[in-house]
Design a protein around this ligand. Structure first.
Ligand SMILES: Nc1ncnc2c1ncn2[C@@H]1O[C@H](COP(=O)(O)OP(=O)(O)OP(=O)(O)O)[C@@H](O)[C@H]1O
Length: 540
């Protein structure tokens, strides 16, 4: 009996005397041996090292074999017609031959399937791909398999070549086949590891061609900056196809009549999408593909209602939904599973850790004043632009900007109170290298792909471990080296251990006294801090 279900039968006892007749029949049936079939079929596995879900694939194959056996048993009931004896024996001969051929073919297929399972396991091990789910598709060996296995249009491979992407990243190797097989997916991989293309490529392949059927794919991002960046990445990958890819801007939201404006793929923040749904400006009932990028952020309390209304509006029963993030708390996973159907879970490396290509450092500055001194000293001695500096509030971002403005450092500032065009310019100038130092709030902590950021400075201690992981993940992207420096004061010491844990799990060394500190429960930490400004108060 199956070990997992054995408990269901615990305590059940048959009255063998009372049911002697039935019991003897039951015993006879048992000794007929048909049930051993499944066990025999599994015996070829030999080793218990093959993962559980992969064994399940094999069990379904053995199920087929059993059907075949039953079929041949029933054909034997024609025996006894002597008149046809000679032709019958020929028939039996050829029948036996067919049966043998079928068995050989079956064994060959089974062997090949088993080899594939072994190859998949090796590939997953090499790329630290951890999967959970039934009937999992094999990871990609290379991008060429998009064509050989899935028949993708040539423009996709052409665009990948143009972008200089030779090999799929680990998350792309596994998440792309999962989504192409029509399965929902919960995916987590380190910052800067190519998650965007892991959901964009299968989306383009699934939609195939532009159509006038209305919106067929929606990507939700927590910030406007990230939505704009994702829309650009989509367009780059879709070059050569006529997809209409739209970013939900303020203007579009105001004027849009999507029934007249053809749109295949819509990228938006949840808030704008929710407004458009409420005002009946869009119809999402034909959406086949829904992505929640930075999903743990989207599942935070403030955004949950907006997400809920979008998920409900995507009412097509065959919609494929996926969640992507570098951090995936257990609670978010649990919540997501309540709405997703049979989702496959794909985790690269260890869950909730920082990218291993970032050198992380903690610097004690004593007080708030000490931070400014430490920053100026770093600029004078070693800091190599571009540098991204995170502070905990809009006010502090402006204060630090005022301080650095006079230091002949090409600095700029970004936060959510600035007008949209100023936010866009700040991002563009930083990307183009016109600005060396960008001072920011957490509005650009997630998802933003500033390729060459050499160093991230946490001027103010982050509010949570996941914020830390996302902030420092703005450097060290796509395998490049990066650096992260976190300033801390006396006040922050109580939460130091939480950061130290992230550091050690991504391979950085931490002084032992920090590891001896107790771990504090930590959420939304943003203490009141002394002003950064050094200007005398009466001059402000
Ligand atoms: N197969 C690939 N080979 C090389 N570079 C790639 C590949 N796929 C994506 N990239 C590049 O890697 C960088 C990071 O990708 P992306 O922004 O998708 O990361 P991410 O995993 O979403 O990060 P984050 O968690 O910070 O949002 C981008 O510059 C992207 O162009």
């Amino acid at each position: 009996m199956d070990k997992d279900t054995a408990f269901l039968f615990a305590g059940v006892k048959f009255d063998k005397k009372r049911f002697a007749r039935e019991f003897s029949l039951f015993q006879k049936k048992e000794s007929d041996g048909d049930d051993n079939d499944q066990v025999d079929d599994l015996s070829f596995l030999g080793s218990s090292s093959i993962p559980e879900q992969e064994q399940q694939n094999v069990v379904s194959v053995s199920g087929k074999k059993r059907k075949r056996k039953n079929a041949s048993a029933s054909s034997e009931t024609v025996e006894g017609f002597n008149v046809f004896k000679s032709s019958k024996s020929k028939l039996v001969e050829s029948g036996k031959q067919n049966e043998q051929e079928e068995t050989d073919l079956f064994l060959k297929q089974k062997k090949e399937q088993n080899r594939q399972i072994e190859r998949d396991a090796v590939l997953r091990k090499n790329y630290k791909i951890h999967v959970r789910g039934d009937n999992l598709p094999s990871p990609l060996l290379n991008f060429a398999e998009l064509s050989t296995r899935y028949g993708c249009e040539p423009y996709i491979l052409h665009n990948l070549r143009e972008l200089g992407f030779k090999e799929p990243t680990p998350i792309q190797r596994q998440a792309i086949p999962v989504l192409l097989s029509g399965r929902e997916c919960l995916a987590s991989a380190p910052t800067g590891s190519g998650k965007t293309l892991a959901f964009v490529i299968p989306m383009l392949m699934k939609l195939k061609q532009a159509s006038k059927d209305g919106i067929r794919a929606v990507i939700m991002c927590p910030t406007r900056e990230l939505a704009a960046q994702t829309s650009r990445e989509c367009k780059k990958m879709a070059k050569g196809n006529k997809f209409r890819i739209k970013l939900m801007t303020k203007e579009l939201l105001k004027n849009a009549d999507f029934s007249r404006r053809p749109c295949d793929i819509l990228i938006s923040t949840p808030r704008r999408l929710q407004i458009a749904i409420r005002k009946k400006k869009i119809d999402l009932s034909r959406v086949e593909y829904l992505v929640l990028d930075e999903s743990d952020k989207l599942f935070e309390l403030g955004l949950l209602k907006q997400i809920d209304s979008v998920v409900k509006a995507c009412s097509n029963p065959s919609v494929v939904r996926s969640l992507f993030s570098a951090t995936l708390p257990d609670k978010v996973e649990e919540l997501a599973r309540t709405v997703m159907h049979d989702a496959v879970r794909v985790i690269i490396g260890r869950k909730n850790t920082a990218s291993e290509s970032i050198k992380q450092k903690l610097v004690f500055t004593g007080s708030e004043e000490g931070k400014l001194l430490a920053l100026r000293q770093s600029f004078a001695e070693s800091l190599n632009p571009p540098v991204l500096i995170f502070v905990q509030s809009k006010k502090r971002a402006e204060e630090l900007f005022e301080e650095l403005k006079f230091d002949s450092i090409r600095a700029d500032v970004i936060h959510s109170d600035l007008p949209q065009n100023q936010r866009e310019n700040a991002v563009d100038d930083f990307r183009a290298g016109k600005t060396w130092v960008l001072i920011a709030t957490d509005v650009v902590a997630r998802g933003m792909d500033f390729k060459g950021v050499n160093c991230v400075i946490n001027y103010d201690f982050p509010e949570s471990a996941s914020t830390y992981i996302h902030r420092i993940g703005r450097s060290g992207r796509a395998g490049r080296p990066g650096e992260a420096i976190t300033f801390y004061t006396e006040d922050d010491v109580k939460y130091l251990r939480n950061i130290a844990n992230v550091m050690t799990s991504s391979g950085c060394e931490v002084p032992s006294w920090i590891m001896d500190l107790s771990k504090e429960k930590w959420k939304k930490y943003a203490p009141k801090r002394e002003s950064i400004s050094t200007k005398p108060k009466d001059l402000e």
